[in-house]
Design a protein around this ligand. Sequence first.
Ligand SMILES: [Fe+2]
Length: 389
Amino acid sequence: MKENFDFLMPSVNFFGKGVIKKIGDRAKMLNMKKPLIVTGKTLSHMENGPVAQTTDSLKAAGVDYVIFDGSEPNPKVRNIQAAKKVYLDNNCDSIITVGGGSAHDCGKGLGIILTNGDDITKLAGIETLENPLPPLMAVNTTAGTASELTRHCVITNEKTKLKFVVVSWRNIPLVSFNDPMLELDIPKGLTAATGMDTFVQSIEPYVSTNRNELTDGQCIEAIKLVEESLREAVANGHNVEARTKMVEAEMLGGMAFNNADLGYVHAMAHQLGGQYDAPHGVCCAMLLPIVEKYNIPACPERFAELAKIMGENTDGLSVRDAADLSIKAMRQMCDDVNIPRSIKAIGAKPEDFEMMAENALKDGNAFSNPRKGTKEDIVKLFQEAYDQK
Ligand SMILES: [Fe+2]
């Protein structure tokens, strides 16, 4: 019976100004006695930042806590092992992640090794987790990965430089908090990189082989919101309306790909991120126009629709020509938010392409890509991304 009951875990997604104030009461409702707050150094040192606002709310509700601020960008196996030591040394009973995708994935990774075996590298893949994680809530601070509400946990094995995904419904945080007011001071570069991740996460599920009508609707709305607000959010971080729309886009895209999955942009971006420790959103953005151009023959009508959703005028054009306009719009977005065009910018080396292509095809996100590629195809795509001027 116990096995059946853990399907009944609630998953609630709070969105809007001030929702962070609810976290103390939610911690009590979940019977959290001593959560470990998993975050990074920047946020833990910020005065009245997201960590301080989280702990204020916990204190007001009378909930004890411990802070672990050793989550790095592209969280590593060593980070989750360090978090586990702090968790066990302090007799914690639950986890609260505060940050962007890296903090959430670090916290999920911690939860995974606490209940599913100490070697997380053995759990890479889809629905590999047999046991529930400890109670987990996520306070999100970037309109980016949507890890605060998805099944995905991405960890880097620092020894092999391989990034791998553990995709499981058991990874979904019980409660997520998306308060746009926490995001106003994010620097331009981080806003652009994380925002482009949201853009990619709204496009890949729209052309995925696992898409459905519900996820289509979420993608369409998310793409429109990114078109309306990402440039503004990068230009002026204190534009609350733009920040709010980006958070909404992030959540919708996340809900879409949580069900419809992603594709080769993510499968290949994970290789770049793992090899060169480069920001995930930048890796995704640099690959987006190149991979989606390659994908057009698999579903040209979808790409013609995408062009319209992105605001391009497709009147009188053939489906194929309209599809090309969607690639032009993707490229324009990357340029407008200052994403470098060539993967040389993150130190990519052509001698790594074959190995990365082989691993990209094994990545948990490769299987739902609309066009099925060979290793040679993927090497060519990396080369094309390298040759961009
Ligand atoms: Fe992503």
